[in-house]
Design a protein around this ligand. Structure first.
Ligand SMILES: C[S@@+](CC[C@H](N)C(=O)[O-])C[C@H]1O[C@@H](n2cnc3c(N)ncnc32)[C@H](O)[C@@H]1O
Length: 262
């Protein structure tokens, strides 16, 4: 399989894991990496970059992007390695048996750490996201989509923090709704308001809602009350999953919900 293949490539090229940070840095030999801060400084003064002079400076760039995004500061905005986004996609796509024609909604997609992988996989127009943070939206729209060549996928990314999904249309039916590391930051009543608005838009039986980290919006009400409110919305708790990261010692916890009846 893929993992065995990669391990064989590492072995045949003698690329073992190194024991220490010093050993890692010794490999640089003549490579002088710059910090993001330094890279940004150099970018802003055009150090070592072929660039147009003053009067031409604004005429050649179709989508001017802030330097902070070009040096990918936003890849560290939420702490965990950027590579974890791919783990989340793999887990959700496999567990929900996602197909390219499916319709997906992410609540709080941030800088598209996870969303990018969905956008690449899904057919055009099939990825929706509601996100409230301006800096994250700038990173998603001004850097990630154009730099990844994904503009043609026409994802619908809407600014908002009030669980108002009306801009996505009245008739949309979701096969997957997920929230990665976002519900834990959102007040309980707002999460419930969101679920109330979305329950009828989740495809009955096959559609899934996945929430990561914890479901304190539900558990803190107490088990019976939590189940009662879910039932009132026509939703059902399916179970809890853990998923290991491919690249670092980390696992993520996911809670799955479905809509059993039409
Ligand atoms: C920890 S980040 C996770 C971002 C992304 N889902 C990921 O896994 O990389 C949480 C995101 O939820 C967003 N968020 C928080 N409250 C929100 C709300 N009420 N509506 C929409 N987005 C919200 C934040 O702006 C932030 O982008």
């Amino acid at each position: 399989d893929d993992v065995a293949w990669l391990k064989a490539q590492l072995a045949s090229n003698s690329l073992a894991l190194l024991a220490s940070a010093d050993a890692w840095h010794e490999l640089r030999k003549g490579i002088n990496p710059r910090t993001r801060e330094r890279q940004l400084f150099d970018l802003n003064r055009h150090h070592g970059i072929s660039h147009y002079p003053e009067e031409e400076a604004t005429n050649h760039t179709a989508l001017p992007c802030p330097g902070e995004l070009l040096v990918e500061e936003h890849h560290s905005n939420y702490g965990e390695p950027w590579a974890g986004g791919r783990d989340v996609f793999e887990f959700l796509a496999n567990t929900s048996a996602l197909a390219p024609r499916d319709q997906v909604l992410e609540i709080g997609c941030g800088t598209l750490r996870v969303g990018l992988h969905f956008i690449r996989f899904l057919n055009a127009g099939r990825f929706h996201c509601l996100e409230q943070d301006e800096l994250s939206l700038m990173a998603a729209l001004r850097y990630e989509l154009p730099s990844q060549g994904l503009l043609y996928k026409r994802p619908m990314i809407v600014r908002g923090g009030d669980m108002d999904f009306s801009k996505f249309g009245d008739t949309v039916m979701y096969d997957l709704i997920y929230s990665s590391a976002a519900f834990l930051h959102i007040p309980r009543d707002l999460v419930w308001a969101g679920l109330e608005r979305l329950a009828g838009k989740l495809r009955p039986q096959t559609g899934r809602i996945f929430v990561s980290h914890n479901i304190k919006f539900c558990t803190r009400l107490g088990g019976d009350e939590c189940t009662r409110r879910l039932t009132e919305l026509g939703l059902e708790y399916v179970g809890k999953h853990t998923h290991d990261s491919l690249l670092f010692n980390h696992y993520e916890i996911w809670f799955e919900f479905r809509r059993p009846k039409v």
